[in-house]
Write a protein that binds this ligand. Structure first.
Ligand code: GLY
Length: 296
């Protein structure tokens, strides 16, 4: 018995309040009449919106940098048929989610990182800009340098990713995630978002899961895979989120110091949402909702 109402396809589900403009763009794709209206097109279009305009400075080139003052970006896409593409530690690319899609569609690989990913971007005709911080990011980074204290604030500096699930009218599901990761991370650090099974996972005909939050905790547990496998074993999308979050808490000490939010979707349009801490909001279609959480 499922414990969330069915949302009839097309369905879009995204992390945080920046999921609202992402979902609007995704729904416009899925409800449109143009040639590009698959779940994957919707995820790419939705993530592209936030990559260009993320007031939280956690996605795209306007993000807060790492501790060396570089904005390094991670992204991934996955389809229900198992195809996936990811990029990590990429600099100067405005739309890493689109580059991740090109890795899936034009290479025999799943993950390209750093200079190799940037070289591939140029080969695809994508501009790779010289490193440059936005004025706001530069100001915040310089203020952070005064103390150099690495202690991300829950739901603020951990508020770090647009992850998105879409189910189209043809019954195809796709997931995507794009992020600059944690503010002031070590140069070279990669989080869960571009790692298949960690930040995102989709498997037809079971469902999909996406994560946001402190990537190290999700990497240690392959959080998205945990949730999809729970659904395969018979859990509802909500139960699957709760199961995966409990495992993340069990394997990562001091949960009061981190946030992880998880969203799930099955092929019938049932959804799940759960988080470690209060404060994880998400967008289902054009509505902003607050997830239940383990701690309040
Ligand atoms: N969840 C995104 C990151 O930790 O990089």
């Amino acid at each position: 018995m499922n414990d969330s109402p069915i949302t009839p396809p097309p369905v879009v589900l995204s992390t945080w309040s920046h999921g609202l403009p992402a979902n609007r763009a995704g729904l416009a794709v899925l409800r449109g009449s143009g040639p590009h209206r698959s779940a994957l097109d919707a995820v790419e279009a939705g993530c592209n919106v936030v990559e260009l305009d993320c007031p939280d400075m956690t996605v795209g080139l306007g993000s807060r940098p790492d501790r060396d003052g570089r904005v390094t970006l991670d992204a991934a896409v996955m389809q229900g048929d198992g195809r996936a593409g990811c990029v990590a530690f990429v600099q100067g690319v405005a739309h890493p989610i689109s580059l991740a899609r090109l890795v899936m569609e034009r290479t025999p690989h799943v993950l390209l990182v750093g200079e190799g990913a940037e070289q591939f971007a140029r080969e695809c005709g994508i501009n790779v800009a010289a490193p440059k911080l936005s004025p706001a990011a530069e100001q915040q980074w310089r203020a952070w340098l005064a103390e150099r204290k690495y202690a991300p604030k829950i739901n603020i500096e951990n508020h770090d990713t647009i992850s998105m699930l879409a189910l189209d009218a043809q019954g195809s599901m796709a997931a995507g995630s794009t992020t600059s990761g944690l503010a002031y991370k070590m140069h070279g650090r990669v989080g869960d978002s571009p790692i298949i099974g960690a930040g995102i996972f989709v498997d037809a005909p079971i469902g999909g899961a996406i994560c946001t939050g402190l990537g190290e905790t999700v990497l240690r547990t392959l959080g998205a895979l945990l949730a999809v496998e729970a659904m395969r074993a018979g859990a509802t999308p909500q139960e699957a989120c709760e199961h995966a979050i409990e495992r993340i808490i069990a394997k990562n000490p001091n949960p009061e110091n981190y946030q992880v939010g998880m969203l799930t979707l099955d092929f019938s349009g049932h959804t799940g949402a759960y988080a470690v801490q209060k404060g994880f909001n998400y967008a289902l279609q054009e509505e902003l909702l607050e997830a239940r959480s383990r701690f309040h």
